[in-house]
Design a protein around this ligand. Structure first.
Ligand SMILES: *Cc1c(COP(=O)(O)O)cnc(C)c1O
Length: 412
């Protein structure tokens, strides 16, 4: 999609607005499947939490993707979007036994990540196949909040607890059909990833009814111009070789699964905002846009980088700006960033706005969540309306408040 397309969308749907380029989602999907074309049975399960709009889910389904979910609500969204229960995997953390049973009853593959639930579930439903999430204690991620493989992480069953796990499986007679790991986001070092994979293979040898091995996700995408990213092709070559050797060695015809979120949708997303105010202080020039961390929290939450360009004046002389929002709280999107000269009313466009952007948006400051538009086959499709005042009041209960004594006294 072109700058002109983005401008037209902002004109037609207003700002702020999220725009997703379907062609980019498809090319990422095909890049990953091509990298693993040497694997006989490959499954990509899109991690719904990255961007869970129903039309995006439908689009993923049309590409042939499965779905990775973390809540019963995501499961239901997936079912509504047309995914079959068998093409959904449910990988929650710290949810109740009731929720897990509810999801299992829908025919969705469940993935259990703690021994307490494993024992409870195995005792009650020994015939329902279960995948187990292990924690190989390998630090593969970037920021501490997105790295989930470390020893203090709440995710997964520690590999040091495998003996206990095996005892539960034996005592309950439950059916383990998959082993899973997800070590964190922004993986760059393929050797570290392969090292963690060895732990998965080693663990897998304990189970004779396995159907799949799930290597999670966490592929890093480029954020800055010329940024480094996970070398998917190299990972594909190396892991394919190792995976095929493992299948041969153990005589098993396994499926290799991944559950990418960011890799599939991050770069497909653009977030367009309008500059309300250009504010010169003694030390900085602020460009204040009609948004804030209520709409895009990643810079404040993870210190993440979103490239920002001036859609209205792309070829203007570059100057340094701090791009901030309009909410009453510090909501810095970018500090001291070189951007083509900004005037009030200009449209600023944020890149990498597909993953964990809209899906983390809130109504903080009683602002509306933005509209979402899918750019598909050269046409803009509105896939979520901008909220309205009614949405803010929806679900609120306005009760009768008795007038207090002091207020009555004051009135007299
Ligand atoms: C969030 C999550 C993913 C997706 O991670 P990305 O870094 O967006 O690819 C995959 N698997 C699980 C279990 C997750 O929680």
């Amino acid at each position: 999609m072109t700058h002109q397309d983005l401008q037209n969308i902002a004109r037609d749907y207003g700002s702020p607005v999220y725009v997703y380029d379907a062609a980019k989602i498809a090319s990422q999907y095909h890049r990953l499947t091509a990298a693993f074309s040497g694997v006989k049975n490959l499954r990509l399960n899109y991690a719904a939490k990255a961007l869970s709009n129903i039309s995006i889910l439908k689009y993923m389904n049309s590409l042939g993707s499965g779905l990775d979910t973390v809540s019963v609500q995501e499961v239901d969204l997936g079912l509504i979007a047309g995914f079959s229960p068998e093409s959904i995997i449910y990988t929650p953390n710290g949810v109740s036994m009731e929720e897990i049973e509810k999801v299992a009853s829908k025919g969705v593959q469940i993935n259990i990540d703690n021994l307490s639930i494993l024992e409870q579930f195995g005792s009650k439903h020994p015939d329902v196949p279960v995948c187990i999430r292990i924690n190989p204690h390998v630090m593969a991620g970037g920021n501490a909040n997105i790295s989930v493989g470390h020893i203090d992480s709440k995710f997964g069953i520690s590999i040091h607890q495998i003996p206990h796990l095996l005892r539960i499986v034996e005592n309950t007679g439950m059916h383990i059909n998959g082993i899973h790991m997800h070590t964190g986001s922004d993986i760059l070092d393929i050797e570290v990833f392969l090292y963690a994979s060895e732990i998965l293979f080693e663990t897998a040898k304990n189970f004779d009814r396995l159907e799949f091995l799930d290597f999670g996700s966490g592929f890093k995408v480029p954020y800055k111009p010329n940024d480094i990213e996970t070398d998917i092709e190299e990972l594909g070559t190396k892991l394919t070789k190792r995976f095929n050797a493992f299948c041969k060695e153990t005589g098993k015809d396994l499926t290799l699964a991944f559950e990418p979120g960011k890799f599939l949708v991050s770069e497909a997303g653009y977030f367009i905002t309008k500059v309300n105010v250009v504010k010169q202080t003694t030390s900085t020039v602020f460009a204040q846009v009609d948004s804030g961390f209520n709409h895009l929290i990643r810079p404040m939450l993870y210190n993440s980088y979103h490239h920002i360009f001036n859609l209205s004046n792309p070829d203007g002389k570059e100057r340094f700006y701090s791009v901030v929002g309009y909410i009453c709280e510090t909501d810095t999107f970018a500090n001291n960033r070189r951007i083509a000269e900004i005037n009030e009313g200009d449209l600023l466009c944020f890149k990498n706005a597909g993953a964990y952007c809209f899906s983390m948006a809130s109504n903080y400051n009683s602002r509306y969540r933005p509209a979402e538009v899918l750019w598909l086959n050269g046409e803009a499709h509105l896939i979520r309306k901008r909220e309205t005042f009614d949405d803010l009041l929806h679900n609120q209960v306005s009760i009768e408040i008795p007038v207090s004594e002091p207020a009555l006294a004051e009135k007299k």
